[in-house]
Design a protein around this ligand. Structure first.
Ligand SMILES: *Cc1c(COP(=O)(O)O)cnc(C)c1O
Length: 454
């Protein structure tokens, strides 16, 4: 029986998840192991612990433990901004005149403005517990760097952020939020690392990319005493932490008898989508329920829809472990579109495997149609969405319009990962009619795919 659904569903404190869920435990075919680029052998825990905190390295390699208890310190931090609401998009449904029922899980209710804080606080906690001095990382659009700055300041850790140059310039206020929380922010590529200097020499005037900022952050971490590197997406440990999104959403759905037919998320490195779908995917893998899962990526950086499933480097500088994933090639330099958080050449190995097995679908959407959906959503639902999140809105609206044609009353759930207040340059371009849709040619993609050389 479906109960009357409130506009916003909030869980009470005692309904909040106390464990993260590891979807790998329910996957019949596990994601391929990370390889050491030098030996091509699976990374061991000791090797991985030189780059990542040991506890996080253990989580990274664990394909079998289904539930990881969330430490109390993290649970109490989560209580500052969680649970996040599951919202019934009544106003959007009305505006679209669709029989579909649309829900979104809203992760933008914290200062970092996105879901990334869910993993940032976990990674900072394990770094502190290990007695480290600080961490380094990269940030694309700035959400991850902001989230990590907040988490590090909470645990009194140093935080060095390499920020993709185009964002550093486009988003001075994001940079200032990070500095307010005590982080040290460097535009990437920079001359503070060997790999940064090499990239600057090969691609003078480059706007930077996530892959290249990662290389710089890793180099800094492994060459600085008492530091480790942390990553805001792509890795399996990050999907594990982000499962808190899906677990809350599933509890809220179950409580009100809501059965999603379609679950949609935007996909950059795959962490919010992976986190949102994990527990639902678990049910599908165990044969308990069925759902359609849709990953939405930008047409300008289409790793699932036009990439290749193969081992590749996670970073331009080729210093990270090799991961088997859908990739456009680590040398792929995406055009500077406005969804900075989705400009990554690869994809989570978990999502890559699920997609390869046909358990998840993927589609790519163009920038202007994404902003059209963003504006439509902002006007009726009140929240100004992040450009990244708006990829999911686009697909949710398209599915709802399809229901309008067929008359089907499907239930659609999507992840609204964040707010777009720091993305006003992008909105300005859209409002001024100056936004363009850049789609890489086959030739460009083939060139970067054929450069994959491991
Ligand atoms: C970083 C970011 C994304 C994309 O990252 P995933 O790891 O794919 O989730 C999506 N939305 C927002 C608001 C982000 O900040």
């Amino acid at each position: 029986m479906e109960k009357k659904i409130p506009y916003k569903i909030y869980l009470s404190e005692d309904e909040l998840p106390r464990d993260w869920y590891n979807v790998r435990a329910d996957m019949k075919i596990k994601p391929a192991p990370l390889l050491n680029p030098a030996t091509k052998e699976p990374m061991t825990i000791d090797e991985l612990s030189q780059v990542f905190c040991r506890e996080l390295a253990l989580q990274e390699l664990d394909n079998d433990t289904k539930y990881f208890p969330i430490p109390d310190e993290i649970l109490s931090f989560y209580k500052m901004y969680r649970p996040s609401p599951l919202v019934r998009a009544y106003f959007l449904e009305k505006a679209l005149d669709t029989p579909a029922k649309i829900y979104y899980k809203f992760e933008g209710n914290n200062t970092s403005g996105s879901h990334k804080l869910n993993s940032a606080i976990a990674q900072a906690y394990y770094a502190k517990k290990q007695g480290l001095r600080g961490v380094t990382t990269e940030t694309g659009a700035g959400q991850w760097g902001t989230a990590l700055s907040m988490a590090c300041s909470y645990f009194d850790l140093d935080c060095k952020v390499y920020m993709v140059k185009v964002s550093y310039e486009q988003k001075p206020f994001r940079r200032e939020v990070m500095r307010t929380y005590g982080a040290d922010v460097t535009p990437s590529p920079s001359d503070t690392t060997k790999v940064g200097r090499e990239i600057l020499e090969r691609f003078p005037g480059t706007n930077g990319s996530l892959g290249c900022a990662i290389s710089e952050a890793v180099e800094k971490a492994v060459s600085t005493d008492g530091y480790r590197y942390v990553l805001g997406s792509v890795l399996s440990q990050v999907l594990l932490h982000q499962s808190v999104i899906g677990l809350e959403a599933m509890t809220a759905c179950d409580k009100y008898g809501i059965k999603p037919d379609i679950i949609i998320g935007c996909a950059g490195g795959g962490s919010n989508l992976g986190g949102l779908i994990s527990p639902f995917m678990g049910r599908k893998l165990r044969g308990e329920a069925d759902y359609r899962f849709i990953a939405v990526e930008p047409a300008s950086c289409p790793s699932l829809t036009r990439g290749k499933y193969t081992y590749d480097f996670c970073d331009t500088g080729k210093v990270c472990p090799l991961q088997k994933m859908y990739t456009l090639g680590s040398q792929f330099m995406p055009s500077p579109n406005h969804a900075g958080g989705l400009r990554y050449h690869g994809m989570s190995s978990i999502l890559s495997e699920l997609y390869d097995e046909g358990l998840m679908e993927a589609r790519s959407v163009e920038q202007t149609s994404v902003f059209e959906a963003a504006v439509q959503f902002a006007k009726v639902e009140g929240t100004l969405p992040a450009p990244e999140s708006s990829h999911a809105i686009r697909a949710a609206i398209d599915e709802a319009l399809e229901c309008k044609k067929t008359g089907e009353e499907k239930t659609i759930l999507f992840g609204l990962t964040g707010t777009g207040y720091f993305d006003m340059v992008a909105y300005q371009k859209y409002n001024d009619g100056e936004m363009s849709d850049y789609i890489p040619t086959d030739e460009e993609i083939n060139k970067s795919l054929s450069a994959i050389n491991i």
